[in-house]
Design a protein around this ligand. Structure first.
Ligand SMILES: [Zn+2]
Length: 288
């Protein structure tokens, strides 16, 4: 009994001791857990750089829509985030550079679109149906126009021949890239003021339409065509075949260009007849 009695308290004491140890162990565990969490937080803080990169990456995405492709990739591979971030800024300036000319874009392919100092064609606008003119009516190399215009100019030249004028096309379709070169050439050789008066900034030339031609006779192109009998014939008759002299003499204030009796644009016979009857320049007619 006594043993049992003695034993009993000992056992109870042991139990009490073990439960004390147990609770101490639990508290220890909790303390270790807290310490571990604190350590984790500290470690996370040390890697704060990648966390910040994630945030700034998201900001960049919203700032430039073009970065959305880059934005979806980084979360899966955090290591590539810095390089992904560096490609984003290079993409943005390129995008803004393209919209440097704020004049309105006209519809590509519309033969009645106004194309002047205030209206332009896009950089990627090129006619879909360009054809090369016969060598017999071309000067200064191969010339190309949209197919309907090419047929019309051959009809025009055939009529001119009947009246004794051998007309030739010496400059026809001009791509956006060619306009960039042409304008820069005139700026460099004759100054910006001259270039703006005689040439067009890229996208602002009717030649990009593929319906416009500079016309002359052998030995008389551009300025030297001015005042010739052939130039007078062209001014008087081109409308009958669907063409209008875009920059007639005495209308520099209206068109913004020095007179160019050699520069004709195809608008179709019906419209050309109406422009001719109106007495307006093509520029005025298309805008009003
Ligand atoms: Zn021209």
């Amino acid at each position: 009994m006594a043993k049992a009695r003695r034993k009993a308290p000992v056992g109870a004491k042991k139990k009490a001791e073990s439960s004390r140890w147990y609770s101490a162990f639990l508290w220890g565990l909790i303390a270790i857990s807290v310490a571990a969490i604190a350590l984790l937080v500290a470690v996370a803080g040390a890697f704060g750089g990648s966390g910040t990169a994630k945030t700034s990456g998201t900001v960049r995405e919203t700032a430039s829509p073009g970065a959305s492709v880059t934005a979806t990739a980084p979360p899966a591979t955090p290591a590539t985030k810095p390089s992904g971030g560096s490609t984003t800024p290079t993409a943005s300036p390129a995008g803004t550079a393209l919209s440097a000319d704020n004049t309105p874009l006209v519809r590509c392919g519309d033969i009645l679109a106004p194309v002047d100092k205030e209206h332009r064609l896009g950089e990627d606008c090129a006619p879909p149906d360009l054809v090369t003119l016969p060598g017999s009516i071309s000067a200064e190399g191969a010339q190309s126009l949209r197919s309907e215009t090419a047929s019309a100019i051959q009809e025009l030249f055939a009529e001119a021949r009947k009246d004794g004028y051998q007309l030739l096309a010496n400059s026809t379709y001009r791509s956006y890239a060619t306009q960039v070169q042409t304008y820069n050439y005139w700026v460099q050789t004759s100054g910006k003021e001259y270039a703006d008066r005689t040439s067009a900034r890229a996208g602002h030339s009717e030649h990009q339409l593929g319906t416009t031609a500079d016309v002359g006779t052998d030995g008389h192109f551009l300025e030297s065509f001015t005042g010739t009998a052939a130039a007078k014939w062209l001014a008087d008759n081109s409308w009958k075949y669907g063409f209008i002299v875009s920059y007639p003499e005495g209308k520099e204030g209206v068109t913004g260009y020095a007179a160019e009796p050699w520069h004709i644009r195809y608008v179709g016979k019906d419209v050309a007849a109406r422009v001719h009857a109106s007495g307006l320049t093509l520029h005025e007619f298309l805008l009003h």
